[in-house]
Design a protein around this ligand. Structure first.
Ligand SMILES: [Zn+2]
Length: 257
C-alpha cells in the first residue's frame, strides 16, 4: 500500500502551485490517479485551487462519481479527468485550466508548437478539440459528462496536451510533478510563440530530435527537477507540505533513477 496521505499532500501542493503561477484562477483543477487502484482518482471538491486543503480531496471512480458521496459540491468539469484516465492507462495526473495565453491558439489556424526548451514536454503536436463538431453549437462549452470527456480524450489521443476551443487546455502526464511542470510551461511557451509571431516571419519551433533528446534526458524525480517543485511550493506558501520524496515516486517505473 502506498502512503495515500503523502500523495494527498502533494495534490494540495500541486493545486497551490498552479494557482500561484497563474495557470488556474477560481476555476481549473488538478488530479492524480489513485496509486493502489487504477480505477479511481483523487480530485478536490469544488474549491478554488489556491484554497484547496487536504480535507477537500475526494476519491472518485473513473465515471466521476465520488466513492463516498457526502453531498459536497463537485467540479462540473471533473469528467475531463475521468475521461482521460479511462482512455489513457499510462496517465497518472491531469490538469485542466483556462490559462489565457493558450486561448488564441485554440481559435486560430496557427498551431501551438513547442518553441522554448521548457515547452518541449508538451510534444510536437498539440491537437485542438472542437466540441461543436460532435455536440453541436448550443452546448455551454463545458465538459459535463462522460460522453463529452471521452470525445475530448479521443482528441488528446497519445499526446500530452489538448487545447479546447475558446476554453482552455487539458494536460496529461505520468506523475503530478510532470503535469504541474508542463501546465506551468505550456502558457509560457504560448506567450513566447505569440510574441515571436508578432515579430513577423516564420518561427522556428523545436526539432523532433530536440524534443526527443529532452524527453530522453528527463528524470522527473532527480534533484534538478525537484528543485522547481520545491521552489514553486515555497513561492506558493506551502513549502512545509513538500516531502523529502514525492509520494508517487515508488509507483512509477521512471522513479528508478
Ligand atoms: Zn474548463
Amino acid at each position: 500500500m502506498s502512503d495515500l496521505s503523502a500523495l494527498v499532500r502533494d495534490l494540495v501542493v500541486a493545486n497551490r502551485i498552479l494557482a500561484r503561477e497563474n495557470v488556474v484562477d477560481a476555476y481549473g483543477h488538478v488530479s492524480v490517479r489513485h496509486p493502489d487502484n487504477p480505477h479511481r482518482f483523487l480530485l478536490a471538491a469544488s474549491v478554488a485551487p489556491e484554497m484547496v486543503e487536504e480535507g477537500h480531496i475526494i476519491e472518485f471512480n473513473l465515471d466521476c462519481t465520488p466513492v463516498r458521496d457526502d453531498g459536497r459540491p463537485l467540479y462540473h468539469e471533473r469528467f475531463i479527468h475521468g475521461g482521460i484516465y479511462e482512455t489513457r492507462p499510462d496517465v497518472q495526473a491531469v490538469v485542466h485550466a483556462h490559462a489565457e495565453d493558450v486561448l488564441p491558439f485554440s481559435i486560430s489556424v496557427t498551431p501551438l508548437r513547442p518553441v522554448i526548451h521548457s515547452g518541449s514536454f508538451m510534444g510536437a503536436h498539440v491537437p485542438v478539440w472542437y466540441m461543436a463538431d460532435r455536440f453541436g453549437c448550443s452546448t455551454n462549452m463545458l465538459v459535463t459528462n462522460m460522453e463529452h470527456a471521452r470525445d475530448l480524450a479521443h482528441c488528446l489521443g497519445p499526446n500530452k496536451v489538448v487545447l479546447m476551443r475558446g476554453h482552455g487546455f487539458s494536460a496529461a502526464a505520468g506523475s503530478l510533478i510532470e503535469v504541474v511542470r508542463m501546465a506551468v510551461y505550456v502558457p509560457r511557451n504560448a506567450r513566447v510563440q505569440m510574441n515571436a509571431l508578432r515579430l513577423g516571419g516564420d518561427i522556428k519551433p523545436l526539432h523532433d530530435g530536440e524534443i526527443a533528446a529532452r524527453d530522453g534526458g528527463y528524470k522527473p524525480y532527480s534533484l534538478e527537477t525537484r528543485r522547481a517543485w520545491i521552489y514553486w511550493a515555497r513561492k506558493a506558501g506551502c513549502g512545509h507540505l513538500v516531502a523529502e520524496q514525492p509520494a508517487d515516486h515508488v509507483h512509477k517505473p521512471w522513479g528508478s533513477e
